[in-house]
Design a protein around this ligand. Sequence first.
Ligand code: 3HC
Length: 280
Amino acid sequence: MGHGIAELFAIAGYEVSLVDVSQDILSKALRNIEESLVKIKERGRLKEDIQTILARIKPIVGDVCRAVEGVEVVVEAVVEDIEVKKRVFAEADRCAPPEAILATNTSSLPITEIAEAVKPERRPRVVGMHFFNPPPLMPLVEVIRSGYTSSETVNRAVEYARRLGKEPVVVNRDVPGFIVNRILARVNEAACWMVARGEATVQEIDSALMYKAGLPMGAFILMDYTGIDVVCFIGDAMLKRGFKTHPCPVITEKCQQKKYGVKTGEGFYKYPAPGKFERP
Ligand code: 3HC
């Protein structure tokens, strides 16, 4: 999701450093950003030209410290592994200006624990900024207060979300899954157990959710779109934090088979190629 978040900041006029572990990943991220900007431009929703916006994004391979020098806000969107997140936060804390906010886009990991990876004086400036896929289109940003976050930081995060054109919702308790993923976890679980028990098919459930419940995507197509690996990470993280789930084999099998959805070309549905989304 990192490239989508970088795109939003660049559209809003910010100079952005985009860090990842390899040049290949960064080149792909920049291609994705350009494709997304083209779509937004076609809909007449871009005030500037695409090259002006792209020129604000500076790709940086590997070096978190260089990327965060002189910044006012850092948004971390690395893999959902608490140890990796803590390492990135410790590094960002070492090199970012003292007044900079360090935000995490984690889907379900405890922000209070991530905050403990930074120096005590920075902890009030660590906050959750949880975007939704695809960030350029989804209006919601959950702004999550950890056990350490100051009200000033919450207000600043809300202000950033607004400047990106988003609708922030403040989540005052750092609970597993925050609001959306906590509820989605139950929806996904109920849907999967209906399939496991032979009560309904994947297609029947998705059709019912889209055409009756009014959701833009059914539960299974949304898991494919989000990444079934991410769904498994979220489920594990919530289980570890005491959220009572009943992991369903219909989901865990997909993870074991590495059929993660759109990104691998197959999940609950098949797609034309890995990374190419087309409604089944
Ligand atoms: N950037 C810019 N524009 C994009 C885009 C992108 N990345 N992706 C699609 N678009 C544009 C398309 O070009 C199209 O434009 P047009 O109307 O001018 O042709 C428009 O958006 C609609 O796209 P589509 O016709 O391809 O498909 P949909 O009408 O289904 O819309 C969707 C796509 C907005 C993704 C919609 O299906 C949707 O809202 N789905 C639900 C997504 C959702 O719930 N996300 C949250 C997942 S949970 C999460 O992220 C949490 C995390 O913790 C895991």
